[in-house]
Design a protein around this ligand. Structure first.
Ligand code: XIL
Length: 341
């Protein structure tokens, strides 16, 4: 059958996010599908600091080495994710109180990990999610102890440790005007310091009812005007309501509330399936329009069954945000996307 990677060959990389079981090829459906459909992979969790750097002087390269070997075997590039992020940090970092120790962690972490995989991974998300919605710097242990310049410093260290690796800034909602302005200022600051940044990743965790096509298009143009690659790095389209949009969270109506929160446990109604397909078609049409400016589109997961959106922002839901269903079958969204070519 048709494949995403063949369809978009010459346009942009088409990627997916993998966890341990898929990297170890323990899920037959995923083991067959990933090399057939995708030519880029992002580790969904296994290259985050809490996994790779569990204690002060102990690194854990077990899964990341397996990922690199897996990718090499299947002729897929690795987009490593992520060096510096406020979340999924190891316990020992959360306990640090003084700036010198944060700096020691920061420097050693980047040098060791970026250095080890230079020439083995295609790119790094050097810094992830450093901004607030209003475009100001987000509160974190790095901002708190190292100050505003921690982003520039992270890229400076990464450029030295990983001269052969592309270096990216990655964040969500940076297609939104205020946050986008913050990201542009941040990228310009890195460039003004004479430090290398090769691209920006717009995560792309969107919703079928609010697909910000105009903001996405403006972002592609404005980010690429900075002379860097633009990527969509964690694309998924939720079909479920945001909990804050559900009114009537009455304790006496618990069952009704839960049903509203998780309405499609037995399958996706045709009307929503169609809307999802249309949303994917619209966003991929826009990507194709600007394919000269877009270097990669990565879906945040292989199939609906393992999507993080089944557990976020509330646990235990059944979401349908990807192009393959939980049986690894292509959905109508897949066929709509393929048909654009
Ligand atoms: C998510 C993973 O998908 C989950 O499995 C994990 O529990 C939490 O992190 N932005 C990012 C990603 O940059 O690293 C996040 O991944 C999703 C939001």
């Amino acid at each position: 059958g048709p494949s995403l990677k063949e369809s978009f060959k010459g346009d942009f990389f088409i990627g997916t996010a993998l966890n341990t079981a898929q990297i170890e090829e323990k899920i037959p459906g995923a083991a067959a599908l990933v090399p057939q459909q995708f030519n880029a992979v992002t580790p969904e969790n296994i290259m985050k600091a809490e996994v790779m750097h569990p204690e002060w002087s102990r690194y854990n390269f077990e899964m990341s080495d397996k990922l690199v070997a897996y990718a090499k075997k299947h002729n897929i590039v690795v987009n490593a994710h992520t060096l510096i992020w406020h979340s999924q940090l190891p316990q020992f970092v959360r306990r640090i109180k003084d700036a010198d120790s944060v700096r020691l962690f920061f420097t050693d972490h980047i040098n060791t990990i970026a250095g080890r995989y230079d020439g083995q991974v295609y790119s790094w998300d050097v810094v992830n999610e450093a901004l607030n919605e209003d475009g100001t710097m987000r509160k974190s242990i790095f901002l708190d102890k190292l100050g505003d310049d921690f982003v520039v410093e992270a890229f400076r260290l990464a450029q030295k440790a990983a001269p052969k690796t592309k270096l990216y800034y990655n964040d969500y909602n940076i297609e939104q005007p205020k946050k986008r302005a913050g990201a542009i200022a941040l990228i310009k600051k890195i460039q003004a310091a004479g430090v290398r940044i090769d691209g920006v990743g717009i995560q792309g965790h969107w919703h079928i009812n609010h697909l910000p096509l105009k903001d996405i298009e403006e972002s592609i143009l404005e980010f690429s005007a900075l002379g860097i690659d633009v990527m969509f790095t964690e694309l998924d389209l939720s079909v479920l309501p945001n909990p804050r949009d559900i009114v009537g969270a009455d304790v006496n109506q618990r069952a009704a509330y839960e049903a509203k929160l998780n309405p499609y446990t037995t399958g996706l109604p045709d009307s929503v399936q169609t809307q999802l397909a249309k949303s994917y078609e619209d966003v991929f049409r826009l990507f194709l329009k600007h394919k000269d400016k877009i270097s990669r589109v990565t879906l945040w997961g292989v199939d609906d069954g393992q999507s993080w959106l089944n557990g976020f922002p509330v646990r235990g839901r059944t979401n349908y945000p990807l192009l393959f269903d939980k049986e690894f079958k292509p959905k109508s969204a897949f066929y709509k996307v393929i048909a654009l070519k």
